[in-house]
Design a protein around this ligand. Structure first.
Ligand code: SAM
Ligand code: DTB
Ligand code: SF4
Length: 326
């Protein structure tokens, strides 16, 4: 807990949120919501520290799935050139660079429905090599069965990212090739294997406020809160079905972070995709609302991120320091 906190609210960790309560949180006056989120944040974290994760796409494009937001689906005509699984040495050299730049976690993504046995062996080698650099490891490889999750754990994987992305009822408007239940089963397999869970969603896909509330309700009512909760703003990629969707009201993004912070008080809430389109003031509001993690590095998976130089300046101006590796 942050020792200097003046506002000593001690929120209870709850797993019984009702949809109406969550919707009410979302609809509070903006300043009341931010105040509540900041009090919760200060009860558990140093409010001036942000954790940095760097992303690398280790297998690009040609994914069989039809997630409407994704540049890497084989079904949409985007500018992405597909590439096979990267070699271990190339991943290690990118991880070294990320560490030298101050990242504490290296998150590796693959455009797969689920990992195939042949490539899975190489993935295990990649985890061992990145872990040996003293970085936390995170992977996002699609659906996993119980055995795959156990093998990832044994190789040294710290976190697995698998997002629910939106509410269960809106999910069928976004993906048809796998179900919400499939996502929940993978999350359960990851939890059983004792890997930390990174699970969040995307805002701005045309969903309603109730869908956002339902997503956060599902996350907070899991038996254990995800240790990491990425809140992505949709990056509208040309060629995907969501390319022309209406841009999210920036305050809605801030509200979503604040509600996530209140509902999951001890989780790391990550200000994720979308920062390249946000100004500094909006990002500061997101941190004020309780975000305490972000993706750091010039690229997300296939799209651009805020530049590292700009992020350094922003942290200086706000008096934010990055959380150091232990
Ligand atoms: N194939 C794996 C899967 O679907 O879980 C891993 C990679 S997938 C690209 C990881 C996550 O990135 C998605 O669940 C989604 O939340 C996020 N994402 C992908 N494209 C995005 C976009 N255009 N805007 C915002 N978030 C995006
Ligand atoms: C997450 O929630 N966001 C990251 C990470 N987990 C894998 C991915 C964002 C991707 C944004 C679009 C792209 O670069 O392709
Ligand atoms: Fe993109 Fe992952 Fe969906 Fe494949 S499964 S289309 S990589 S989000």
């Amino acid at each position: 807990m942050f020792k200097d906190n003046l506002l000593k609210e001690q929120p209870v960790i709850r797993h019984d949120w009702l949809l109406e309560e969550v919707s009410e949180l979302f609809q509070q006056p903006f300043f009341d919501l931010i105040f509540k989120a900041q009090c919760t944040h200060r009860a558990h974290f140093n409010p001036n520290q942000v954790q940095l994760s760097t992303l690398l796409n280790i297998k690009t494009g040609a994914c069989s799935e039809d997630c409407a937001y994704c540049s890497q689906s084989v079904r949409f005509k985007t500018k992405i050139e597909s590439e096979p699984l990267m070699e271990v040495e190339k991943v290690v050299s990118a991880a070294k660079k990320a560490k030298a730049n101050g990242a504490t976690r290296f998150c590796m993504g693959a455009a797969w429905r689920s990992p195939k046995p042949k490539e899975f062996e190489n993935v295990l080698e990649i985890i061992k090599a990145v872990k040996a650099l003293g970085l936390e490891t995170c992977m996002t490889l699609g659906m996993l069965n119980a055995e795959q999750a156990m093998l990832l754990k044994t190789a040294g994987l710290d976190y697995y990212n698998h997002n629910l992305d939106t509410s269960e009822s809106y999910y069928e408007n976004i993906v048809s090739t796998h179900s919400y239940q499939d996502r929940l089963e993978t999350l359960a397999n990851v939890r059983t294997a004792n890997i930390k869970v990174c699970c969040g969603g995307i805002m701005g896909m045309g969903e309603s406020l109730v869908d956002r509330a339902a997503l956060l309700q599902t996350l907070a009512n899991l038996p254990v809160h995800p240790e990491s909760v990425p809140i992505n703003q949709l990056v509208r990629v040309k060629g995907t079905p969501l390319a022309e969707v209406r841009k999210l009201d920036p305050f809605e993004m801030v509200r979503c972070i604040a509600v996530a912070r209140i509902m999951m008080p001890t989780s790391m809430i990550r200000l994720s995709a979308g920062r390249a389109e946000m100004n500094d003031e909006l990002q500061a509001l997101c941190f004020l609302a309780g975000a305490n993690s972000m993706f750091y590095g010039e690229k997300l998976l296939t799209t651009g991120n805020a530049t590292t130089e700009h992020d350094r300046q922003l942290f200086n101006r706000l008096g934010i320091s990055s959380i150091q590796s232990t």
